[in-house]
Design a protein around this ligand. Structure first.
Ligand SMILES: O=C(O)CCC(=O)C(=O)O
Length: 299
């Protein structure tokens, strides 16, 4: 068994789980060299493109990568890792044997300027017919309280989908005060490089600006039970059933969605710029974490 009975109960109760030092040092080292290889592209672009999302302070001379997009498509190593038992065995225990990929992304959160991700629930971006939907975070640096750990509100996956709109437009972030929540009740998911985190798609989560001297590079593999289908208006790419079936990671696909009584909100209308969560959140008003520009302004 990839997870103990206690770990499964913890996930069901709290909506997250941390498996410390789950991956070998060899995998972590290889990941670092792949990240360096894929990041080199940033020196050839002025703005974010299909491969890389750059920080607002990025220049070609001083490249600042905020996210490597779809690392599974850009690197056979990250693709193989996604399909390995290291990643899929714990997921199978939580959402069953038939699993489809949603998307992948590698959030860089580099030392000194790595962007925050404001509080949100993934299910607000991609509501599905049931909520056997989760994200596995793969930690490639030692993560402490100082270098922007993923933070979660335990148990929030059992509550409502909160309002992620600003002025009637989807903005991908939640105002904690309006939601009656305090940052003091959030838990930071820390651990050495090689740790993996698992969070439920309804778990409220975010992470602060990395003002520390240490990088926090973390890859997210988002996935769901094969019978969880996106609800119209969700930010899920779905061009054809053939393409959708090609996203299967293990088990068998189905054309019979399972409908469950789960709360949903539709992330529409979309903002003008909807390229990445960073861009979407910049167009909204809800901010619990300071941005690099805000932090610099008060220095
Ligand atoms: O990188 C992080 O800490 C949060 C990532 C996340 O929630 C996202 O990219 O949707």
């Amino acid at each position: 068994m990839a997870l103990s009975k206690e770990q499964k109960s913890f996930y069901l109760e709290n909506g997250y789980l941390v498996l410390e030092a789950h991956l070998s040092r060899e995998i972590v080292d290889k990941a670092h060299s792949e990240i360096a290889r894929l990041s080199a592209h940033a020196a050839t672009i002025d703005n974010s493109d299909d491969l890389i999302d750059v920080e607002n302070s990025h220049t070609r001379e001083m490249p600042r990568v905020r996210r490597i997009k779809r690392p599974d498509l850009q690197s056979s190593f990250f693709n193989d890792l996604m399909r390995s038992d290291d990643i899929l065995a714990p997921a199978r225990e939580l959402i069953g044997p038939n699993i489809r990929m949603h998307t992948t992304k590698l959030n860089m959160k580099k030392a000194g300027f790595g962007a925050p991700v404001q509080w949100h629930q993934d299910f607000a971006f991609y509501p599905h017919t049931n909520d056997d939907v989760l994200a596995i975070g793969v930690v490639f640096d030692d993560i402490y309280h100082e270098n922007g750990p993923l933070q979660v509100f335990p148990g929030s996956h059992r509550g409502p989908i909160l309002d992620h709109h600003s002025d009637g437009i989807f903005a991908g972030s939640v105002d904690l005060e309006t939601a009656g929540l305090s940052l003091d009740d959030a838990v930071s998911l820390t651990g050495p490089a090689g740790t993996i985190t698992i969070h439920h798609a309804r778990t409220l989560h975010g992470s602060a600006l990395n003002t520390s001297g240490r990088d926090r590079q973390m890859l997210f593999y988002e996935m769901m039970a094969a019978d969880a289908f996106p609800i119209m208006g969700a930010m899920t790419k779905f061009d054809s059933i053939e393409q959708y079936d090609a996203l299967m990671l293990c088990g068998t696909s189905t054309n019979e969605p399972r409908l469950a009584g789960v709360p949903v909100r539709i992330p529409q209308p979309q903002p003008d710029r909807a390229g990445s969560i960073y861009e979407i959140q910049e167009q909204g008003k809800a901010r619990a974490y300071q941005t690099y520009e805000e932090a610099k302004a008060v220095m």
